[in-house]
Design a protein around this ligand. Structure first.
Ligand code: SF4
Length: 211
């Protein structure tokens, strides 16, 4: 078995129930939640969207809000000015170019104003069960440390992960890596002592080789 296969097998055992923590009922709600989740916890986003989506959970209803009004609703998620702008531009695009429905292909999702590659990948994988790996800060860090996919940009890491992970595992592997980054492989102090992946991890093996 290759190292990548062993890593994936171990991650699957560690996080059998890994799933998105963002709450949503429709692809549009997921899109808005993912935009809000940049640099913010999923718990905070769920609190904000719990209230926001009671009245504004379609592109039409969202566009009845002004930029300032939306900023007030999402203030506590941080970066509220940019996030409000992105939500409104994406909503306008969905309404004008896609008849009010969030498009279901990766190519179309990536054309939406205010929607970055990571957001498009998450919506495609989670809402439409498509095969995609979204590289967020956790995936980027954990993939590099493990040596599963090395790169200095999210695009390079995404490319590397897609090359070593079988396509049918892409969206689940994305969640495994996020869970591992949140629970064990923390950005400042990875808990290598208690990490079952340590013998397979480039970072760990490299740092303990001369001890
Ligand atoms: S051994 Fe340490 S650096 Fe490697 S994946 Fe585990 S926690 Fe992260």
């Amino acid at each position: 078995m290759s190292t990548a296969e062993e890593i994936l097998k171990t991650l699957e055992k560690m996080y059998p129930d890994a799933a998105p923590a963002l709450k949503f009922r429709t692809p549009y709600e997921l899109l808005v939640a993912v935009i809000l989740s940049a640099q913010c916890t999923d718990e905070r986003v769920n609190k904000v969207t719990g209230v926001l989506f009671e009245r504004y959970n379609t592109p039409e209803s969202m566009l009845t809000l002004s930029q300032e009004e939306l900023e007030k609703c999402i203030y506590s998620c941080g970066f509220y000015h940019n996030k409000a702008q992105h939500i409104l531009s994406a909503s306008r695009d969905i309404l004008e170019k896609f008849g009010g429905e969030v498009p279901s292909t990766l190519e179309e999702l990536r054309t939406l104003a205010g929607v970055g590659r990571k957001t498009a990948n998450v919506v495609y994988a989670v809402a439409f069960h498509g095969d995609a790996i979204a590289v967020d800060t956790h995936v980027f860090r954990v993939a590099n440390r493990l040596g599963l996919a090395k790169g200095n940009t999210p695009e390079k890491v995404e490319e590397g992960l897609c090359a070593v992970i079988p396509k049918e595992l892409w969206s689940r592997a994305h969640h495994w890596l996020i869970f591992h980054g949140r629970r064990v492989c923390h950005s400042r102090r990875p808990d290598c002592e208690h990490c079952p992946l340590a013998p397979l991890c480039e970072y760990y093996v490299g740092n303990t080789r001369d001890e």
